[in-house]
Design a protein around this ligand. Structure first.
Ligand SMILES: C[S@@+](CC[C@H](N)C(=O)[O-])C[C@H]1O[C@@H](n2cnc3c(N)ncnc32)[C@H](O)[C@@H]1O
Length: 313
């Protein structure tokens, strides 16, 4: 049974800010002006889609695809409420533990606040053996991982019981918040519990991974610049880090800046994380499912760990 969580929607005050970070233009970027279901700032009458708990195996695709709302706590299948169930007053956003680094200066106030600022271990304590993407989007994740050559030692951040590789890398390390989910991850050689919001530093040696992934979870990071710094540190030069996401989220745990942005804005936000952190080469932001794709859209932003100065490219 999932927990029931509620809290304020602070999307309106961020609606204008999201455009500051829109930067996903380029080949493969989604068309502008298309409000994502997880974008209350752009479309305040709608509610974001949210994850819901289901028994092992099936995906959570019974959440209305039209963004018509998330299940409330009374739902027998244990969904939890979206922003419509807000109980805290607007104008008193919860302060998350978070950005103090100068490099966050470019982000609007409140960008990294969340409706539920309680420790993440509480929210992620219930085991959710669900998939958060439909099969076509999962396949698109695997295709991209193969394209980027994610083999060898790979770190899957914000991981659970599935990691979406077509062929598992030689040594996959799954990092997440729920032991029961992680220990069922058949592709992982090892796993660990590590709260990236409480402790952005990674417990791994410099240059110890050949790739890193973060699937449908970058929107939960309240200190992404430090986390991205750390990912760059643990990657060997030339290794890729890729964030993939769709248009769904746990709205109470997603940062307000994400909730206020549309799909295009999300590409821009993650691009900014790479630009504000250290050690990355060219950043690529793409829509990976074709325009008009009937299922879950898949977006990806990635970059490779910079080569040392003077190395042959
Ligand atoms: C929507 S699920 C995605 C799981 C998995 N990556 C997938 O593709 O199905 C979000 C995941 O982020 C992880 N997560 C959330 N907050 C986290 C944090 N502060 N530190 C580390 N992992 C976190 C949770 O454990 C959860 O597994």
């Amino acid at each position: 049974m999932a927990t029931s969580l509620d809290g304020p929607l602070v999307g309106t005050e961020l609606a204008d800010h999201s455009s500051m970070l829109t930067g996903g233009d380029g080949p493969g970027s989604p068309p502008r002006g298309r409000a994502a279901a997880c974008s209350p700032g752009r479309s305040l009458g709608r509610q974001p889609r949210c994850w819901a708990s289901q028994p092992a195996g099936p995906r959570d695709d019974d959440v209305p695809a039209n963004g018509a709302g998330c299940r409330g706590p009374s739902d027998p299948r244990g969904g939890w409420s979206g922003p419509s169930a807000a109980t805290s007053p607007r104008g008193s956003p919860v302060r998350d533990h978070g950005p103090v680094d100068e490099r966050y200066r470019g982000f609007p106030d409140g960008f990294f606040a969340r409706d539920d600022a309680s420790p993440d271990e509480r929210f992620y304590a219930p085991t959710r053996l669900v998939t958060h993407l439909d099969q076509a989007a999962i396949e698109a994740v695997g295709v991209l991982y193969a394209e980027l050559g994610l083999t060898g030692a790979v770190l899957d951040l914000c991981s659970s019981w599935v990691s979406h590789f077509r062929v598992p890398p030689a040594r996959l390390v799954a990092l997440g918040m729920n032991a029961a989910e992680l220990e069922r991850n058949a592709q992982a050689a090892s796993w660990l519990i590590h709260d990236l919001n409480a402790e952005p530093q990674l417990p791994f040696a410099t240059g110890s991974f050949d790739g890193a992934t973060c699937c449908v979870s970058v929107d939960y990071l309240v200190r992404p610049v430090e986390v991205f710094d750390e990912i760059a540190r643990v990657l060997r030069p030339g290794a890729a880090f890729v964030c993939t996401f769709s248009n769904r989220c746990f709205p109470t745990k997603a940062i307000h800046g994400w909730l206020a942005a549309d799909d295009d804005g999300h590409l821009g936000v993650v691009r900014e994380y790479f630009h504000h952190s250290e050690g990355w080469g060219t950043v690529v932001a793409e829509r990976r499912t074709p325009p008009g794709h009937p299922g879950d859209p898949l977006y990806a932003v990635w970059a490779r760990r910079e080569l040392p100065t003077g190395s042959p490219t």
